[in-house]
Write a protein that binds this ligand. Structure first.
Ligand SMILES: *[C@@H]1O[C@H](CO)[C@@H](O)[C@H](O)[C@H]1NC(C)=O
Ligand SMILES: *[C@@H]1O[C@H](CO)[C@@H](O)[C@H](O)[C@H]1NC(C)=O
Ligand SMILES: *[C@@H]1O[C@H](CO)[C@@H](O)[C@H](O)[C@H]1NC(C)=O
Ligand SMILES: *[C@@H]1O[C@H](CO)[C@@H](O)[C@H](O)[C@H]1NC(C)=O
Ligand SMILES: *[C@@H]1O[C@H](CO)[C@@H](O)[C@H](O)[C@H]1NC(C)=O
Ligand SMILES: *[C@@H]1O[C@H](CO)[C@@H](O)[C@H](O)[C@H]1NC(C)=O
Length: 629
């Protein structure tokens, strides 16, 4: 077991710019420091996926969320708060009663149930979210009898905090679990207007405040040596949700100087650090920037993003090997079975999304978002499993087989009750929020960032935006406008469409008329008075692309447009990267993403990485020659 080096994290999925109207009855509290000039996401309840590979993944995760035995999930909380466990079976894996990450998964469940409710209106998810919060409130209310202080809520003894403050805690991640719980409670509060979730959250936050207020800066920095997830981020989010500045003070106590100071000074000192312990700290810095406007926080986050994406990232958008960052640009020697922890990318996506809202002309940020989401995250799930189980790592070793690996738990698919890894937790969130970053808006513009079949109810404007596409199998997406509730109207706004850096010769038409100024790596901008029935067609021609290892230019992955391809080796073992003749590559179907090429003098077939389950595959090749013209 390697749990001491293992982790995950999550900031709340709630962004400052959340909008106020929703398809399902709910009330998102007004956020005090919302800056109207900034780009904001839509509330998840305003965007619905329509039939696609994305929705298939979402459906499988939703079935797990509605299946999972809630009383089992309460076991470690009830036990720690000295309540009867009501005959529930104990979980295995990371939720086993003696496991040092026990209790972390429950916060992810709260978030995922809230997202399920928002995006599908599913009453089972709503009921589960609300009743689970009620049970957590009961645990918290038993603190006096349990011997814990007011507000405490965790699956660990409060004594573990004393040990941690003294630098003597030998295992366990008590603040990591508190972060997950707070983030889940906040999401249920905001998505379902649950006053119980709000009360439990603020009581627990009050406990965190009381516990940390007593510590010297030095003691607190010692506490931060133990993995603590997104404590800064969630406390900043509590500030956004309440308007109470006290929470920013508490958030500030969790700033981990040893990690953020080098980043503020533009120094890449990531080598050797546990990757996913750090990424939530950068999300926290960005939340603090949004709350305070202090420039150093934005510098920390954007430096971290540039370093990770530029010098520590593999073709599919993943980073790390054996959960750790390596020296800058060291890629080739780390294409291993335990490369690319899923949680890291879940967190990099949050970081990217937040950075992009501050810099919405930056297509590079949104291009990374697409790359990591389409390749790694969509491919994380086992499509043959009705519960949508996921993988922890993303092997890049020649002949890798997803979900079947030599490594402990991480190499295999997750299970119903015996895994509960960090990446299974973040996976329940990822696969229920594919709708959250397709569209954004500001005062005057609608942004289309992703080409995902979906419907946006832009209720603030009374317009319904329907996007139809088989992207990335097809290179064309069609966006059609209609009026909410059958009305008819005209709307003045600018439509800004991401023209990805990979697109060559892109074209956009409005009602069949081509528009000018369409350039890859920029936003195509259309300002007009829009009317019911207006149709925008976006054509993004795809070509083969080489994604070379930074440190070995003859080792490369192949992409077709946004899609990273893998060689399908069936059940054949592959010992080393095959030599691929680049000029032999060709697409062999117009209806699916299927390709052929000559590799090691044999005919190889290639397909999307995201569909590379149940086969031995090759992601990085020893490339020869040049791509077909
Ligand atoms: C769009 O959202 C508004 C506000 O929540 C709602 O009244 C309306 O029915 C929704 N329209 C559709 C087509 O879902
Ligand atoms: C949200 O909850 C509060 C208090 O529980 C209640 O006063 C308010 O009416 C609710 N809002 C909506 C839209 O349901
Ligand atoms: C809002 O954001 C814009 C753009 O970043 C900035 O110029 C402006 O000062 C911000 N306003 C407030 C009140 O923070
Ligand atoms: C997902 O599930 C919904 C509800 O059961 C169903 O209507 C839809 O067809 C499913 N879509 C896909 C792509 O599986
Ligand atoms: C690049 O990787 C290949 C395959 O592992 C290896 O044969 C070659 O020596 C490497 N080249 C360099 C410059 O490291
Ligand atoms: C390789 O196989 C594909 C189908 O798997 C086929 O379309 C292609 O023509 C083959 N190429 C050669 C050179 O045999």
């Amino acid at each position: 077991m390697m749990w001491h080096i293992t982790l995950a994290a999550a900031a709340s999925s709630v962004l400052a710019g959340i909008s106020l109207t929703a398809a399902h009855p709910q009330a998102t509290p007004a956020l005090p420091t919302q800056n109207e000039t900034l780009v904001s996401p839509f509330d998840l309840s305003q965007v619905q996926l329509t039939s696609s590979r994305w929705m298939e993944n979402q459906n499988r995760t939703l079935s797990y969320l509605k299946f999972i035995d809630v009383s089992r999930m309460l076991y470690v909380f009830r036990q720690n708060h000295k309540l009867p466990t009501q005959g529930a079976a104990k979980n295995g894996g990371w939720d086993a009663p003696d496991f040092p990450f026990r209790g972390h998964f429950q916060g992810h469940l709260l978030t995922a149930w809230a997202q399920c409710w928002q995006t599908t209106g599913d009453a089972v998810c709503k009921h589960r979210a609300l009743s689970f919060v009620t049970e957590l409130a009961t645990c918290q209310a038993n603190n006096a009898a349990a011997g814990w202080n007011k507000g405490y809520l965790n699956a660990f003894s409060e004594n573990d905090f004393t040990l941690m403050e003294q630098g003597k805690l030998s295992s366990g991640v008590p603040y990591y679990v508190i972060h997950k719980t707070m983030a889940g409670l906040l999401d249920v509060w905001l998505a379902l207007n649950s006053s119980t979730a709000k009360t439990v959250l603020l009581e627990l936050g009050g406990w965190v405040d009381a516990r940390t207020a007593k510590l010297s800066t030095e003691q607190m920095q010692r506490v931060l040596g133990t993995e603590h997830g997104g404590m800064v981020a969630v406390l900043a989010d509590v500030y956004f949700a309440t308007g109470d500045k006290k929470w920013l003070t508490v958030a500030q106590r969790f700033e981990h100087q040893a990690v953020i100071n080098p980043l503020a000074n533009s120094q890449d000192q990531l080598n050797g650090l546990h990757a996913n312990t750090q990424i939530p700290k950068w999300i926290g810095a960005l939340r603090q920037f949004k709350a305070t406007g202090a420039a150093k926080y934005k510098t920390i986050a954007s430096n971290a993003w540039n370093m990770v994406v530029g010098a520590h990232t593999y073709a599919i958008g993943s980073n790390s090997q054996a959960e750790h960052f390596k020296p800058p640009n060291a890629i080739a020697q780390y294409l291993k079975n335990d490369a690319g922890e899923s949680c890291n990318t879940y967190n990099m996506l949050k970081l990217t999304r937040e950075l992009w809202t501050l810099d919405p002309a930056n297509v590079g940020l949104a291009d990374y978002y697409e790359r990591a989401l389409l390749n790694q995250m969509l491919g994380q799930q086992n499509p043959t499993d009705a519960h949508g189980h996921v993988t922890y790592f993303h092997s890049l070793q020649p002949g890798a087989r997803r979900g079947v690996g030599p490594a402990w738990g991480g190499g295999t698919w997750s299970t119903d009750y015996d895994s509960f890894w960090c990446c299974q937790g973040t996976g329940t969130e990822t696969h229920t929020k594919f709708a959250d970053s397709i569209y954004f808006h500001d005062e005057s513009a609608l942004y289309i960032n992703l080409f995902t079949p979906s419907t946006l109810n832009w209720s603030q404007r009374g317009v319904i935006v329907t996007q139809s596409t088989a992207f990335p199998v097809s290179d064309t997406s069609t966006v059609k406008l209609s009026a909410n509730n059958g009305g008819s109207s005209n709307w003045d706004f600018t439509m800004k469409i991401r023209i990805p850096g990979w697109a060559v010769g892109a074209a956009v038409t409005v009602n069949g008329q081509g528009i000018t100024g369409v350039k890859s790596g920029s936003y195509a901008s259309i300002s007009r008075t829009w009317a019911v029935g207006d149709t925008v067609t976006i054509n993004l021609p795809m070509t083969f692309r080489l994604l070379r290892a930074n440190d070995n230019k003859s080792l490369a992955a192949i992409a077709y447009g946004p899609t990273v391809l893998v060689g399908n080796y069936g059940n054949t073992a592959v010992a080393e990267a095959p030599q691929l003749k680049l000029d032999s590559l060709k697409r062999t179907s117009n209806t699916v993403l299927a390709f052929s090429g000559t590799a090691g003098d044999k005919n190889a077939s290639l397909q999307p990485y995201y569909d590379g389950q149940g086969i031995n595959y090759v992601t990085y090749w020893l490339v020869q020659g040049s791509l077909p013209a």
